[in-house]
Design a protein around this ligand. Structure first.
Ligand code: RP5
Length: 176
């Protein structure tokens, strides 16, 4: 008997999170090394999030579909990480009135200044809150998202407070 091969899952398929509060999108798989810190921070805070790779330039239709879909499924805040001519957060912000935080990726040629300036120079009317280049920006995008959500959610507010207390305790008084 010839067995049918099990269909391989497409690497491009985004698994859907149940009731995501934050949508995290990045322009390339290569951004994940940094953007995973946004997802990890939200996980620590117990905030459900959905992660996806969609590019404003390479896969624009897919990006539009995802933003609409994840918003319909409950996303209240977006985090978008991209590098170089980093249009991604601006394009997401053009599609939704929800808060959008941009994470500029470090780049080989310009160190991420290209990404930062592409994100921050938004035309008036379509805001993007841009964080620092690299890992600190990804972590802070998650914390800012949590702070926004905490306004209307006591459980998230407590979780943010706990994070801050633990962070303070973890700073040594003297270098080890
Ligand atoms: C951007 O171009 C991505 O966000 C990424 O930071 C950069 C380079 O992408 P790859 O060539 O590594 O896929 O769109």
């Amino acid at each position: 008997m010839v067995r049918k091969p099990t269909p391989k899952k497409s690497r491009r398929t985004t698994s859907k999170t149940k009731n995501p509060l934050v949508g995290i999108v990045m322009g390339s798989q290569s951004d994940w090394e940094i953007m995973r810190h946004a997802a990890d921070t939200l996980k620590k805070l117990g905030i459900p999030n959905e992660v996806a790779v969609h590019s404003a330039h390479r896969t624009p239709e897919r990006l539009v579909t995802w933003v609409k879909d994840v918003e319909e499924r409950g996303a209240k805040v977006f985090i978008a990480g991209a590098g170089m001519a980093a249009a991604l957060p601006g394009v997401v912000a053009a599609m939704t009135p929800k808060p959008v935080f941009g994470c500029p990726m470090e780049t080989r040629v310009m160190g991420g200044i290209d990404s930062l300036l592409s994100m921050v120079q938004m035309p008036g009317g379509i805001p993007v809150g841009v964080l620092a280049i690299g890992r600190a920006g990804a972590v802070n995008a998650a914390l800012l998202s949590a702070a926004v959500l905490a306004i209307g959610d006591e459980k998230i507010a407590k979780s943010v407070d706990k994070f801050r207390i633990q962070q303070t305790k973890a700073v040594p008084i003297k270098p080890k």
